[in-house]
Design a protein around this ligand. Sequence first.
Ligand SMILES: Nc1ncnc2c1ncn2[C@@H]1O[C@H](COP(=O)(O)OP(=O)(O)O)[C@@H](O)[C@H]1O
Ligand SMILES: [Mg+2]
Length: 204
Amino acid sequence: MKERVKIDPELFIGDGTERLCYLHPGNRAWCIKIPRSSSHTKQHRHDLKIYNKLAKRENGFRHIAAFRGTVITERGEGLLFETVRNGDGSVAKSLLHYLYNAPDRIDEEMISALRELENFIKKERIILKDPSPSNLLYQQNGSGGRFVIIDGIDLPAVPLFADFKISKQWEKVLRRLYRESGDNPAVRKLLAASWPNLFSQEAQ
Ligand SMILES: Nc1ncnc2c1ncn2[C@@H]1O[C@H](COP(=O)(O)OP(=O)(O)O)[C@@H](O)[C@H]1O
Ligand SMILES: [Mg+2]
């Protein structure tokens, strides 16, 4: 039997409501997601299906953390992903992190990276099932940055209403950003200027 990968608490990089994420002890370019408990395996099974479909597309992972398969750990089966890192090697932070901890970093450049992400999900027809800015990591490099989705995606089962659903879920991300940037008029202004149809009053 293959050896089970050890989960090292020191390699913990983040958690959500369902899963815990650790760097792979043998290769830190990868991270392992494991369900918090046996009652949280639904998401895990869903993801496995979606990521295997995306892997067949040419550009499936252009803005989604690349999926590397499954791994057996001492805490059950885990999903292996590329660790999203900045140019300086640090692990990338989420859009929500920037909103709360460094709102000044949300500038024109980051907004244009958001637009690029919007184009990607519309072209590849990705539904942001969990439309939280915590699931979008901003990967910085010297010349700018890009957004990478790490969680909460779905693919339309049937084409009917798919585009509508994709847009609706994307708008939820923007609306949440707008709502949570209450203390920051500069961020609100940028959002309103980029998506005037969504925030029409504010764009006046
Ligand atoms: N590919 C990744 N690269 C870097 N950090 C990640 C990656 N995937 C997840 N994380 C970190 O782990 C946290 C939890 O992962 P996530 O998949 O969002 O869990 P959940 O399904 O419980 O919401 C994220 O908020 C982020 O901090
Ligand atoms: Mg999450």
